[in-house]
Design a protein around this ligand. Structure first.
Ligand SMILES: Cc1cc2nc3c(=O)[nH]c(=O)nc-3n(C[C@H](O)[C@H](O)[C@H](O)COP(=O)(O)OP(=O)(O)OC[C@H]3O[C@@H](n4cnc5c(N)ncnc54)[C@H](O)[C@@H]3O)c2cc1C
Length: 332
């Protein structure tokens, strides 16, 4: 285990954050040392991957724990175990190059493999949960290494059981299920139509390359324009609960989920109220995608929380819809 003191915390929102101690695990064997370290100190702890979905305070008073387990092991023709420290997009590219197909729609999502099950990352009609066979983790409460099957993880839209647990994901076992390419998402269809590409001509690698192009057009590169991706979840509501006096459904982007439930595109809700949101010198909406908040000028955590609460208030007052924040806001 590597112990670093007084570190500055690199994070995708570009907040100038620091912490007293960072512990980096390079293998499962470090768990005993980690437990010993934590037993002897009364620090608060924060597990991080690549810090692309957390909003940090300027100073975190506690221990940062980082998984840097980097192995990828092929178990069979359809199963692979991946260390939690592996970069997610590196693994997606590796899987495609090694003929394990299915993750092509999840290309270019920032972050680590260990963080990916936490919010069940998803994009362009696919969620990681479909490919998870087991998640191996250290439970800080029982002080034991455990494994959960896909079923145990209680995955749903941007949710998993891990969000309510005190754990460190060590590795993830992926099972690659055969299936058709997922091309039903509107932006994929638009791309195929504009470029005269027939879905039947696609391969997983061609689809992954198309998704890269769509993402690069639509989302800011956080190394140049700091951000944490989508700042709010797309609200999922019972159709019967929609306030149709306040909502013109034709102006919205919606996905019918069946069973009377509907998912509403949060970006469109924000676009419809954006002129009423007070301007902020440090935080703004990204010009190509209103769901992405950007740090335009040394924003602090407080600046972002205040700006996002103005958005939530306007959306609620206008449509009677609550927007839930997606990234994790970390207390100091
Ligand atoms: C430009 C941009 C685009 C994005 N696009 C998408 C997208 O399309 N779809 C999507 O779902 N997300 C998207 N995100 C969000 C982000 O990529 C994912 O949430 C990703 O999984 C975060 O990985 P990370 O390693 O950076 O996690 P971090 O931000 O470091 O941590 C996120 C959470 O996971 C916990 N955590 C991290 N690692 C572990 C571990 N090993 N064990 C236990 N807990 C852990 C942390 O404590 C924290 O609560 C985007 C972000 C950005 C900046």
């Amino acid at each position: 285990m590597i112990i670093d003191k007084n570190i500055s915390l690199k994070n995708s929102f570009g907040i100038n954050a620091s912490s007293n101690i960072c512990l980096t695990l390079e293998s499962e064997e470090c768990i005993d040392e980690l437990t010993y370290f934590l037993n002897n100190k009364s620090y608060k702890k924060l597990i991080i991957g690549e810090a692309t979905n957390i909003l940090l305070p300027e100073n975190f008073e506690g221990v940062i724990i980082k998984n840097n387990i980097l192995n990828i092991s092929i178990i069979s023709k359809d199963e692979v175990i991946v260390g939690g420290g592996v970069n997610w997009d590196y693994f997606v590219n590796w899987s495609l190059e090694n003929n394990f197909y299915g993750l092509e729609n999840l290309t270019l999502i920032p972050g680590s493999v260990g963080a990916a099950p936490i919010q069940n990352i998803g994009a362009y009609g696919v969620e990681i949960s479909k490919f998870i066979k087991k998640v191996r983790f250290y439970d800080f409460i029982d002080k034991q290494i455990k494994e959960f099957t896909q079923n145990d993880c209680n995955f749903s839209y941007r949710k998993s059981i891990f969000q309510d647990m005190d754990i460190l994901i060590l590795s993830v076992c992926f099972k690659f299920v055969p299936g058709d390419l997922v091309t039903s998402y509107d932006s994929i269809n638009d791309y195929l139509n504009t470029n005269n590409i027939k879905p039947s001509d696609l391969t997983p690698i061609k689809l992954s390359n198309i998704i890269k192009k769509i993402r690069l057009d639509r989302l800011p590169d956080y190394t140049k324009i700091p951000n944490v991706g989508s700042f709010f979840k797309n609200p999922i509501l019972n159709k019967a609960d929609l306030n149709l006096e306040k909502l013109d459904i034709k102006k919205l982007i919606t996905w019918d989920l069946g069973n009377g439930m509907i998912k509403i595109g949060a970006a469109r809700l924000i676009e419809l109220v954006k002129d009423k949101i007070p301007k902020d010198v440090n935080v703004d909406l990204y010009k190509n995608h209103a769901l992405v908040l950007i740090n335009k000028n040394n924003a602090t955590q407080d600046d972002v929380i205040q700006y996002s609460s103005f958005i939530q208030k306007e959306v609620f007052n206008t449509f009677d819809i609550n927007l839930e924040i997606e990234p994790i806001i970390i207390d100091s």
